[in-house]
Design a protein around this ligand. Sequence first.
Ligand code: SF4
Length: 448
Amino acid sequence: MNLSPQKRVAFYTLGCKTNQYDTEAMQERFVKKGYKVVSFNEPSDVYVVNTCTVTNLGDRKSRQIVRKAHRTNPNAVIAVVGCYAQQAAEEVLSIPGVRVALGTQNRNRIVEYVEMAETEDICINAVEDIMKVREFEDTPIESFEGKTRAVLKIQEGCNQFCSYCIIPHARGPVRSRKPVSVMEEVQRLADAGFKEIVLTGIHIASYGRDLKTTNLLELLKSIHEVEGIRRIRLGSIEPTLLTPEFVRRLRQLPKVCRHYHISLQSGSSTVLKRMNRKYTAEQYRDIVRNLRREIPEAAITTDVMVGFPGETQEEFMETRAFVEEIAFSRIHVFPYSPRKGTPAASFADQVPAGIKEKRSRQLIALGRSLEQAYIKQFEGRQVMVLFEEEHPDLEGCYEGYTDQYVRVIVQGGPELEGKLLPVMVEEALEGCLKGRTMGLNKEAESDK
Ligand code: SF4
């Protein structure tokens, strides 16, 4: 009989959805080895910090989290994983308590490295030269957290080299997950009762480019055929993916959510050029027009960066006018933050912090009013909602999302969980809708 106490492991994830998937995959590897997952605030034997390096702030936050873990248990083995570790392994290993630095590859071997560091009482730098990696590291997940919506990683890396972005250096070149592995996971998710899948990666528009035998559309078609999966949501995409042909074929796939997060970054073509983005504002406008013509109720959300080096007041006003014209249903606004190691960090004419803040505030306010105008149009209409969970604050209320990713709150309890139901919208609240279900026995096969 093994009387040794069960080892504990705790996780902290910074950054994007892809990092969340990577953390879940690593967590599963620890659980399979008999570890118990505990909260990050508790004393644990192992802490895994999955880091982000998209801004210098990401690095700082990552270091703070590592120091917090070390304070909670100074004897713990701390493994720092992900983009920051990839970019600065030696710096990461110099933080007290860090025993393993693992970048954006070899996550499948995390338990092995942690146990080796502990038994041999050494520090391990397991970061590889990511620019030489050519194959997708498959880290399939077999058991899933939650019940309704699951994130599925289909791709890694980016070849775009936008002038402000460090990610191509931290994640390496585009590598796609083999369709057979994606489909096995989709099937496992469907068997586990999941109804919605969110496809994620660093640059999902590039899916298949390295494999040459497939592409994102082919993958969508295969997932579309899986029984039980009612919704397929695309993670962030580049506008150039949405060619007229691609959109025309998307229309034939009704399970694909009418929610497109199309990265904009700037509505000024001169700024886009300096950013090394591969489209102009005019092309973006044409792509959106075509998308709306083909899929009239499409919700279009985006990211916008303000205060990119050299951004004049006129260029900012172009962006502002562009955002208003496109009428995005939601925008994420980021003030530009110089990232060491990227061309833009050494561009002349860095925009003063005060101006960046002012421009951010203006765009955030505009984004809020556009979002409100967007959701208001649903008042008095019927929408389809996939219910996910209890409302965190309103007792006796449950919430879910429409395929356009609008949050909807109704009276109800756990009997709604995982159901796709028609809801009559009574009122648009701030950032969400309130309505009533049209009967539990009307569960639908799809949104349309
Ligand atoms: S597309 Fe540009 S912003 Fe996005 S990850 Fe690639 S380099 Fe970074």
